[in-house]
Write a protein that binds this ligand. Sequence first.
Ligand code: PLP
Length: 401
Amino acid sequence: MLKDTIAALKAAPADPIIGISERFQKDPRKEKVNLTVGNYLGPDGKIPLQATVQEAQRRLLEQRTVHSYLPIEGLKGFCDAVDVLSFGSESEVLLSGRSATCQAVGGTGALYLGGVFAKETLGISHAAVPDPTWGNHIALFKKGGLELSQYAYYDRTSGCVNVEGLLEDLRRLPERSLVLLQVCCHNPTGMDLTHEDWRQVLEVVREKDHLAFLDMAYQGFAQGLQEDAWPVRLFADAGVDFLLSVSLSKGFSIYGERTGTLTVVVQSEAEAQVVHTLLRRHIRALYSNPPRWGAMVAELILNDEELKKAWEQEVEEMRLRVRTMREGLDREGKKQGVSLDFALKQNGIFSFTGFTPQEMERLRTEFGVYGIDSGRIAMAGLTEPVLAHVAGAFAAVLKAR
Ligand SMILES: Cc1ncc(COP(=O)(O)O)c(C=O)c1O
């Protein structure tokens, strides 16, 4: 009987990050620090409401925007503007029209849609993601029906990217695999590929006829908006077909608005037009059409010269704040007689500390410093007043090794 089946269901395991955050909330200590969060936080410890977003929202409300459906593929002005941000205004891909971009339900939705397109439309059956990676990459591709493996990425002993292992694993994959590559600010390690590494990855992708799936969720948080898109432009210039997911969640601090895009780069405008119809078919069956508010806000900002300039400045300020926290942690570590220079080698809002789960637990119980078991800490959870305390806690754990 169905009712017996339902009665026998077991609850899904609790999300480990949420469990740790709950412990943090209950911790009465004044000096506690929450480094589990996945969002950019400002110096006041809050998700910012960016002035450009506020201004765009004011204008949109004044225009009495109605809540009609968007087209299946989303807002064209938004998709075009995100394309320029990703590929550059002079991009041959854009000028020749050999890409199909659809709005997606955040970066997550873009990844899922791309997985479904690869599996159902292109007949690709295997996907590979870095080890380690953002946990949802694995869940999303599995849900999309792809077999999954992980390729070598981070070497815990050296604290560096294992480039040789990575290339070898990509060579060993079945031909025509979907290969997920994080463009910058690798989640969770913060360690990115160098330009030379990217060139080598591109060669293997070509050799093995893989389909690269570039995931760009943190554009602007590593070296700058243009610099961070370099790998996208490398693949575009190379003339290979590839997928690109873009999340606008972090850059505009519009996490809950579910704003992103999926782009499929192909060989010609005619191919792109066909692909666009096929993406629309998938979207229609998955969620009919995308949410509108975040896309309208980003469209307005990116297509207004003054607002766009101000927004670029806001992204730069977020990037520099995280950079300053990285330098601060390194500086305070030196004062405590330990090296925390992992913080300087890494990019973006996350860092891998190299601490074991036991060491992460000691940081919580003894010092009230809350990261997650993998050793990942959120750099944006740091502020100037807590740097010395966090560095002191790290130093105590390192010295006990
Ligand atoms: C690497 C990576 N890709 C994609 C996403 C998804 O972005 P969104 O929140 O827009 O769905 C995230 C979010 O944390 C991420 O870290």
